[in-house]
Design a protein around this ligand. Structure first.
Ligand SMILES: [Fe+2]
Length: 345
């Protein structure tokens, strides 16, 4: 590819005359916005150790009362995007949130979609659209765009969860805002009870549910059991992986980010293909290593790492006698809808 003219090759008075009319020449920046062959992501392979961040999160609990924080969160920020920009990747925000016994995080709703992956503690709950969702380690709880949600805690130990949002994308679109609300009345009925078994959905008098998000809580006990059953049923299956989906439609659980659970068999090395979306890996259970673009990370339980798109990733189960379980989030639904999804190699 031939070198293009640079800005400094142009006479200063010409550049100045352009700028006064809100004009800029394309050719000095053309290669930066359309790089040859593959994007140049700002997203860097990054690892966040839970053991290292936990004391700092607990200290936030001492330093900042709930009424001064509203959401007590340490953002997992990718240095490639600048720490203050609150991005794990161009579309993914990650945060570790702490709720102490007796605390309540007030009701609100917002345009970005969120999920919570529960990291530790018992007794907390999130009420989403009037449905009270208990929180246990490994559970995935959706708070889709526009739905009211609030968090409460009736237990006796701190509760921590990983928030995954499409906030950077919605903010980039200048479509990000929140509305404060009153405490929600809890309605009867729970999606995780109504959709308790695969292959059957509620159909009262032949009528299917018309909710956009019929299932809000995906219990880890069920996802884990599904992975173990799949692994046992298909001993030659290389990647023991399930997707979190809308049980009525089979579509991705949310519109923009995708969510998966992955089981690494004892001692397994799993090569994931290079794909266009960035992805996030959070170790629910076990011990693993991740190699991302030549960087090696050791993942202990509750550790999180992220990978840019167009990068091959190797995950290794560090345990030879037990499976390890990984929660994965990525930008695949967004890339598919935009028509830019690719797999390479
Ligand atoms: Fe929220």
């Amino acid at each position: 590819m031939n070198e293009l003219g640079r800005l400094e090759d142009l006479p200063a008075d010409y550049v100045q005359a352009l700028r006064q009319l809100n004009l800029v020449p394309l050719w000095p920046s053309l290669r930066a916005v359309l790089p040859p062959g593959k994007p140049r992501p700002s997203t860097q392979p990054t690892h966040w150790s839970y053991q290292a961040l936990r004391p700092l999160l607990m200290r936030a609990g001492e330093l900042t009362p709930m009424e001064k924080a509203e959401r007590r969160v340490l953002v997992l920020a990718n240095p490639g995007h600048g720490l203050d920009n609150m991005k794990a990747s161009s579309a993914i925000y990650l945060g570790m949130q702490l709720l102490l016994p007796g605390e309540w995080a007030p009701a609100h709703r917002h345009t970005p979609n969120a999920v919570r992956m529960i990291v530790e503690g018992e007794g907390a709950y999130t009420t989403v659209d009037g449905e009270k969702c208990p929180m246990s380690r490994g559970d995935l709880i959706l708070t889709p765009t526009g739905l009211w949600h609030e968090h409460g805690h009736d237990g006796s130990q701190p509760v921590v969860w990983l928030d995954v949002l499409d906030l950077p994308l919605i903010y980039y679109l200048e479509a990000s805002y929140a509305i404060e609300g009153q405490r929600q009345a809890v309605k009867p009925g729970r999606g995780d009870q109504a959709y308790a078994a695969a292959g059957v959905v509620p159909t009262p008098l032949y009528t299917r549910a018309d909710k956009a998000y019929p299932l809000l809580r995906y219990p880890w006990a069920q996802a884990r059991a599904a992975l173990l059953a799949l692994a046992a049923d298909q001993p030659d299956l290389q990647a023991v992986q399930v997707s979190y989906v809308n049980p009525e439609t089979g579509a991705d659980a949310l519109n923009i980010l995708g969510f998966y659970a992955l089981m690494l068999r004892p001692g397994q090395t799993l090569q994931l293909p290079a794909r266009s979306p960035a992805s996030v890996f959070h170790l629910i259970e076990g011990a693993a290593t991740a190699e991302i673009a030549g960087q090696h990370f050791t993942l202990a339980e509750a550790d999180t790492c992220c990978a840019p798109g167009y990068t091959s990733i190797t995950l290794v189960n560090a345990r030879s006698d037990q499976p390890s379980f990984v929660f994965v989030a990525d930008e695949a639904p967004l890339h598919r809808k935009l028509g830019v999804y690719e797999t390479r190699g």
